[in-house]
Design a protein around this ligand. Sequence first.
Ligand code: ADP
Ligand code: MG
Length: 287
Amino acid sequence: AVPLVVAVSTSLAAQNGLLIRNRQAFERTKELQAVVFDKTGTLTEGKFGVTDIIAFTGSEDEVLRIAASMEMHSEHPIARSIVEEAEKRGLKLEEVENFRAIPGKGIEAQIGGTTYMVVSPGYLREKGIEAGEEAEKLAAQGKTVVYLLKDSELAGVIALADRVKPESREAVEKLKKMGIKCMMLTGDNELVAKWVAEELGLDEYFAEVLPHEKAEMVAKVQEKYVTAMVGDGINDAPALAQADVGIAIGAGTDVAIETADIILVRSDPRDVVKIVELSKKTYAKMI
Ligand code: ADP
Ligand code: MG
């Protein structure tokens, strides 16, 4: 049988948008020593705005138009923002063929027999392609930068900026006061990660982490601390499963929600603080 105090807490939590799927994990929450947050959409809004475009061939609009035609087929927050900007500029998008996503690295497709890619700085480095000084400058400003490749040649650069959620700062501050280490995991570039980490006063961050490495990073943190992982994306599911407490935040993806021990319905990182407090209260009463 479920102890009454736990049943009451669980239903009280649910009324406040904190859904407890795994009661053992909820009990473990009171002992948390570290929380690892995903960056995009968890600590930040996950709504990027296009800030700069560089064209190495053709016009800026042409770079955006090709990229957007491909990104139409991707669900990534970066993709949605690029398509939105193209629509804002009234650009006519094209049909693409053989679309393929490369998890944590970008996308590839063909347009009229030419192969295009939109990729991360990490992918560029991997292939030994020089990004160019101008692009480096944009990254140094803490912007997320993606590259358009045309038949493996650099054709353009798109820089985007996201915003830190105002609620993130309070959440991190309160968790740290409770003696819980706050960390961040992201596939995004080092400079963006550093900027967000400093902005929020995070204890540690891991940048340019590939999707399959996310669970491994959580396991490393678990060697020292009882650890929660908070994320919303498809890529986050294995990391959520690995953590002592897996927390899906926001609307999330179905995969993240199915894997999580706790679901925070609102997209507010302060609810992580609430669930820790509730676990402490609930299980303190039972001793
Ligand atoms: P995160 O979930 O931390 O944002 P991802 O693993 O989803 O990281 O993506 C890592 C990086 O791969 C992105 O910052 C971007 O550079 C690149 N990337 C992933 N998907 C796309 C996409 N659809 N279009 C362009 N770049 C992408
Ligand atoms: Mg993600």
